[in-house]
Design a protein around this ligand. Structure first.
Ligand code: ADP
Ligand code: NI
Length: 214
């Protein structure tokens, strides 16, 4: 099968699987990550098939919505890819990328790294910051029934992972806990460059937000 055919089949599988997904993790998130990943991959010497497949399949089954089962994503992706009769090395590499993409493992000590992983992780992080990042954060917060902002719950920078998981902190806090930290975690030069403007937009957004609060 050609590269284009493999990607077209994968796009169809992902669109179909995610047709009822919530707004922050829907097909259009995947589509933006795919586009970002291709753009970054153009500036790196890497396996673009692995990059594109991992970008398309990275949120195919989120453990957050499957009782915390961390293997559900890699397994769903693997089952699909084995059906396309791709090389085992490609399938297993894509599965490793998906396994390590989660927010949880991105703050753990890295146990796996490849350039292809770095590209896809950057592409996913870019969709969590900037104007889209603002929209996704409030969508997720609304989905979880969180407050937008509460002046009595100051943004915490030093929350443990366990506390973070259980917190009902307002969505504004999420900017300080995660979104403003992503710029300095980018893996590739192109990713860093693309993150700069989006990061600045969030700072401007927060400044405007507080000016309206006062
Ligand atoms: P992804 O799987 O796409 O890397 P996550 O599942 O960690 O990202 O989060 C999906 C989106 O929801 C992101 O834009 C993220 O910033 C947002 N999000 C995750 N946790 C929170 C939270 N506690 N408050 C607000 N937004 C959140
Ligand atoms: Ni994602």
């Amino acid at each position: 099968m050609s590269h284009a055919d493999i990607i077209a089949k994968t796009v169809r599988f992902v669109q179909d699987t995610l047709k009822d997904a919530e707004g922050g993790h829907d097909w259009w998130h995947i589509s933006r990550v795919h586009t970002n990943a291709k753009r970054i991959a153009e500036t790196e010497v890497c396996d673009t098939l692995v990059v594109e497949l991992a970008a398309l399949l990275h949120d195919i089954a989120d453990s957050k919505f499957h009782n915390g089962d961390e293997e559900i994503g890699p397994k769903t992706a693997g089952d699909f890819l084995w059906g396309l009769q791709l090389d085992a090395a490609i399938v297993m590499h894509v599965q490793q990328i998906i396994r390590h993409m989660s927010f949880k493992s991105s703050f753990d000590k890295a146990t796996f790294y490849s350039l292809e992983f770095g590209v896809v992780q950057d592409a996913d992080r870019l969709d969590a910051i900037g104007a889209i990042g603002v929209a996704r954060a409030f969508t997720y917060g609304g989905f979880k029934g969180r407050e937008i902002y509460n002046p009595n719950i100051a943004p915490h920078l030093n929350m443990s992972k366990e506390e973070y998981k259980n917190t009902t902190a307002p969505t504004i806090n999420h900017f300080y806990e995660k979104l403003l930290l992503l710029k300095d975690k980018m893996n590739t030069d192109t990713g860093k460059q693309m993150a700069t403007q989006r990061h600045q937009f969030m700072l401007d957004y927060l400044q405007q937000f507080y000016s309206e609060v006062q």
